[in-house]
Design a binder for this molecule. Structure first.
Ligand code: GLU
Length: 285
């Protein structure tokens, strides 16, 4: 498959319109992965976290409601405990690490948002909470109330109790499910790669950014399916989550967490990462 099949198939008007729709969003979910929050030793990186918080506050200052889906609990837990002295390989050990890291993560978020007098709230979810309608209604009502109060909810999976049968799996799917269930207007997935590329930009200098995904979705899907997770830094679930959201009529953007003013760029209709064009009632078949 030639790279142009992937990179040049979405018309510029369509891309422009999707960016305008993203900029106009009143309710936004921002998802940040572990790599966007921790350093090479898995320690929480306060500079990265503060940048994310100031990017989110840019959206808040524009009057938008923002919900943050944040990973980093297991990573922060690893960073806090001396992993030379403690075993961290089993599922139970990862779950225990998440409980150490989650409160540490929230402490940093609370301090960082305090710089702007912005109150935050923590919500930990499992698969049951997304699939059981009564439980999801409760989640939804809580989030609506927090939005009414001007609070930024911060969601993570409840790793301590999420074993296989009740595990969401990853926060890419969690953020897409919450975006769809909460009728948000925009899903932004922030990652250490600046969007979806035709190869891994960390290793392949010829890798090109795919600016927009619409009719080229199948080509993009096969590209990421063919690539191993390690090679693409977990991009597959991000692509699937963004696609799910765009199929529910909202634009979804995968962009670099380290890109300067990344959320402001999105809020002002500028290019950032890869945009998944919303599919408004149209079917693919
Ligand atoms: N819930 C996990 C954590 O906080 C992360 C899962 C994910 O990155 O998708 O460490």
């Amino acid at each position: 498959m030639s790279d142009s099949t992937l990179t040049e198939t979405v018309g510029s008007d369509t891309v422009e319109q999707a960016r305008e729709q993203a900029a106009a969003a009143d309710r936004v979910i921002v998802k940040a992965g572990t790599n966007s929050l921790t350093d090479d030793d898995s320690r929480l990186d306060r500079v990265k976290l503060d940048k994310l918080v100031s990017d989110i506050m840019d959206l808040r200052s524009r009057g938008k409601e923002v919900l943050l889906v944040s990973s980093g609990a297991v990573g922060a837990g690893k960073g806090m405990l001396n992993s030379a002295e403690i075993e961290t390989g089993t599922l139970e050990e990862s779950q225990a690490l998440s409980t150490v890291g989650q409160s540490h993560l929230m402490r940093h978020y609370t301090q960082s948002f305090d710089r702007y007098d912005q109150t935050v709230a923590q919500i930990l979810l499992t698969e049951h909470d997304l699939t059981n309608p009564e439980r999801f209604t409760n989640v939804r009502n809580t989030i609506e109330t927090l939005f009414d109060w001007g609070i930024v909810p911060i969601i993570n999976e409840n790793d301590a109790i999420a074993t296989e049968e009740i595990q969401i799996g990853d926060n890419d799917m969690l953020s897409a499910s919450v975006a769809i269930g909460m009728d948000v207007d925009l899903l932004v997935t922030l990652t250490d790669v600046d969007g979806v590329y035709t190869g891994n930009p960390k290793h392949d200098p010829d890798a090109e950014l795919i600016e927009a995904v619409e009719a080229n979705y199948d080509a993009v899907q096969s590209l990421v399916d063919e690539s191993t997770t390690a090679e693409f830094g977990g991009i597959r679930t991000k692509v699937e989550g963004a696609r799910d959201a765009s199929e529910h009529g909202m634009p979804a953007i995968i962009a670099g967490s380290q890109e300067p003013d990344v959320l402001e760029r999105i809020a002002t209709g500028k290019s950032a990462g890869t945009i998944f064009v919303p599919i408004n009632g149209a079917t693919d078949d």
